[in-house]
Design a protein around this ligand. Structure first.
Ligand SMILES: [Zn+2]
Ligand SMILES: [Zn+2]
Length: 389
């Protein structure tokens, strides 16, 4: 089959690789009909996630048609149309039983590496390095789906791929980020990063009852999308220091909750941001956390900082004293996708949210490498790329 493989920093290639096989009774093989490039794939493309190996197949947002099932998979059959969560989860361990599927104890076969870093290993992920199990991803013609009896969600024929594909990651991720803000009537939520996860965080915050959402970014296309959703926008470059701007727009009090939908590769022109960039380029730190610092600084006292953006290591100059002084609550982590897929599918079917609004580019799998480059450089009005094998 054809698959998009990682070869190093800014080097991905579509190559001929062996077809996936059923390895365990709970596996299924899915023929991919639509897949996408995620903002977090750019961390792999930029070479910031350790333990990738040359030839690893990328991609964790995908859907398609079941073509083969293992003996223990009784809920799916050949021909079923499914969307697959990016987190791989067993469905029965301590964490899965408590709906914390991204913390599954049984799905990461290279748990030792992850344990060495984090103390305890977290769930395996599709196409996201050997820290997360080294599973082949879905930017390919076919993929092996482990624990297929608990992960994949069957989707009704009436809904096109583009409306349901993002149930695999970014829609639940944006939703969980907003849910983590514990939104109360009258609340103002500030969202940094108006990429796809930010867009869904904005829409979810409004769905969950936020009175105002402030959206912060510097890319005009993204700010337009945020505005269309009902957010008030702040152009980080145009409007000067976002701190002053946000403080002034919230009556001097600060937002009730702040969402960092940017993560470890934050840009910025302030002193701390430039320092991070130099350190990260020298591999002295793994994260550039400018946005997180700003969120902590501007959040109202007693507020919540919610972090759906990916972080991978130690954070430099983390203003813990400020967080302590202000009594902030932090919520974060990989998304518990399994928990959110079904209720969000209902919202899509009811027309309450249309995730396809973020798609700007539709390419073939063969055009994937150009897609990564375009997405990285945010060229050509690029907000989200889907690939069709
Ligand atoms: Zn993703
Ligand atoms: Zn589990």
């Amino acid at each position: 089959m054809r698959a998009l493989c990682w070869h190093g920093k800014h080097d991905v290639r579509v190559e001929e690789v062996p077809d996936p096989q059923i390895l365990n009774p709970r596996d299924a093989i899915v023929r991919i009909t639509t897949t996408a490039i995620c903002g977090s794939d750019l961390h792999l493309y930029d070479g910031y996630i350790p333990t990738l190996e040359v030839g690893d197949i990328l991609g964790h947002e995908f859907m398609g048609e079941v073509v083969e099932t293992g003996k223990a998979v009784t809920n799916l059959k050949k021909g079923d149309r499914v969307v697959v969560p990016f987190t791989i989860s067993c469905g029965t361990c301590f964490f899965c039983a408590r709906q914390m599927s991204s913390l599954c104890d049984n799905s990461n076969p290279s748990a030792k590496k992850n344990e060495a870093l984090n103390g305890y290993a977290t769930a395996g992920l599709f196409g996201y390095s050997h820290l997360y199990g080294g599973y082949a991803g879905g930017q390919a013609e076919f993929v092996r789906v482990p624990f297929a009896d608990v992960g994949p969600l069957k989707v009704p024929q009436g809904l096109p791929d583009e409306k349901v594909l993002f149930l695999s990651d970014i829609l639940p991720t944006g939703y969980m980020a907003a849910e983590n803000c514990n939104i109360q009537p009258g609340d103002t939520v500030a969202v940094w990063g108006c990429g796809p996860v930010g867009q869904f965080a904005i829409r979810s915050a409004l769905m969950l009852g936020a009175e105002r959402v402030l959206a912060i970014d510097s890319v005009p296309e993204r700010l337009n999308l945020a505005q269309e959703a009902g957010a008030e926008t702040i152009n980080e470059e145009g409007d000067g220091d976002a701190f002053e701007e946000i403080r002034d727009r919230t009556g001097g009090m600060g937002p009730d909750a702040c969402i960092d939908a940017v993560g470890m590769e934050a840009h910025g022109t302030t002193m701390d941001a430039r320092y991070d960039k130099v350190k990260q380029s020298l591999k002295l730190t793994m994260d550039r956390s400018h946005v997180l610092r700003q969120a902590i600084h501007v959040c109202r006292k007693g507020g919540t900082v919610s972090v759906p953006g990916v972080y991978a290591g130690m954070i430099d100059k983390f203003p813990f004293g400020t967080a302590f002084a202000k009594g902030l609550t932090f919520k974060m982590g990989q998304t518990h996708v399994h928990k959110y897929m079904r209720p969000l599918l209902e919202k899509i079917a009811e027309g309450k949210i249309d995730p396809s609004v973020v798609i700007s580019h539709r390419l073939s799998l063969e055009e994937g490498p150009e897609g990564y480059d375009t997405f990285l450089k945010k060229q050509d009005g690029c907000t989200k790329i889907v690939l069709k094998p």
